[in-house]
Design a protein around this ligand. Structure first.
Ligand code: ATP
Ligand code: PRP
Ligand code: MG
Length: 289
């Protein structure tokens, strides 16, 4: 038995392979091949455009896959969402699907699009948005690089943006946000009805979310003098429950805590000043709640 797994080619590919690596799976692909190799005999991976993954899932042609919530929404395909994985191309922030116009455009809101021309890869999302705002406009499908078309070819575009660099580079202004989107791990309904495939999908969910959780966290170990124990434990974030272990020298105790990487840079100097010694910060591979 094998799980046919659709992996997103393009923007999400590198981040997805990196996540699988942290989850314990090595995926390799040669430059012009869309047939990656994974070190798990029970997974049959295939690289697909993220737009197509929801459609192949709905048809039951593949069993599971990773794609953006934007394409799931645009396709309207019936897929079984397993979990959200909050990563994009560059950051762990969601991307936004936005309506944008040139800086100098008079368009201020969706109603101003009446009779205008809009280019987008997200044709169905855009049409739904216009009909919600009872506005009629000409929506044309674009194969990409939409930003360059405004204002010479079209009045507005609907595109995705992560850092905003592409919009800024083309002097574009965001008028409205249609959707915020993160990556999703999704499965076909047929796969979820098969005991073996469902269990395989659920195991992948545990490992992938474990790797996502761990990315933001680190472990911190230290030795505390007994005399300062209460004071130092008071500095550690109150939600965390540090593990305390006795040391051979009864005047000292070891504490270990898992916390967010961002907190650590503030905590380490405070802990040191309060008397903690032997501070060790270490990365984590997986954290399962
Ligand atoms: N910085 C980003 N730019 C574009 N898409 C991103 C980014 N971060 C995450 N994504 C997500 O990745 C998917 C990309 O789909 P898209 O159709 O744009 O293909 P692509 O990866 O851009 O391929 P290509 O580079 O060939 O256009 C979408 O679900 C999108 O939400
Ligand atoms: O807000 P930013 O961080 O700049 O990212 C968003 C840009 O990235 C994507 O382009 P892509 O690389 O997919 O090119 P394409 O338009 O040809 O698909 C997207 O279509 C935007 O243009
Ligand atoms: Mg693209």
């Amino acid at each position: 038995m094998k799980l046919k797994l659709g992996l997103p080619k393009g923007s999400l590919q590198e981040a997805t392979f990196a996540l699988f690596a942290r989850a314990g799976f090595s995926i390799k692909v040669s430059s012009r091949s869309y047939q990656p190799v994974i070190d798990d005999d029970t997974i049959d991976p295939i690289l697909l455009r993220p737009q197509e993954i929801p459609i192949y899932l709905a048809d039951g042609v593949i069993d599971a896959g990773l794609t953006g919530a934007d394409w799931i929404a645009d396709s309207g395909a019936q897929v079984h969402e397993i979990c959200e994985l909050r990563y994009s191309k560059l950051t762990n922030n969601p991307i936004r699907v936005v309506l944008a116009v040139h800086q100098d455009s008079p368009v201020q809101g969706p109603k101003d699009l009446e009779g205008k021309r809009i280019a987008t890869e997200y044709v169905r999302l855009t049409e739904r948005y216009l009909s919600e705002h009872k506005t009629q406009a000409h929506v044309e499908f674009s194969w990409g690089a939409c930003e360059v078309k405004v204002p010479s070819l079209v009045d507005a575009i609907v595109v995705n943006t992560e850092t905003g660099n592409s919009l800024r580079a083309h002097n574009l202004r965001i008028v409205d946000t249609l959707l915020t989107s993160t990556t999703r791990f999704v499965a076909s309904r047929q796969a979820m009805e098969d005991d073996w495939k469902r269990e395989k999908v659920e195991s992948l969910e545990i490992l992938l979310t474990g790797a996502m959780n761990a990315a933001k966290l680190v472990g911190l170990k230290m030795n505390l003098p007994m005399a300062q124990k209460e004071e130092i434990l008071g500095i550690l974030p109150s939600l965390k429950n540090p593990t305390l272990s006795p040391l051979a020298d009864a005047d000292w105790i070891a504490a270990e805590v898992i916390l967010s990487e961002r907190e650590v840079r503030d905590l380490i100097p405070r802990l040191k000043r309060a008397g903690a010694t032997g501070l060790v910060e270490y990365p984590l591979n997986k954290v399962i709640y």
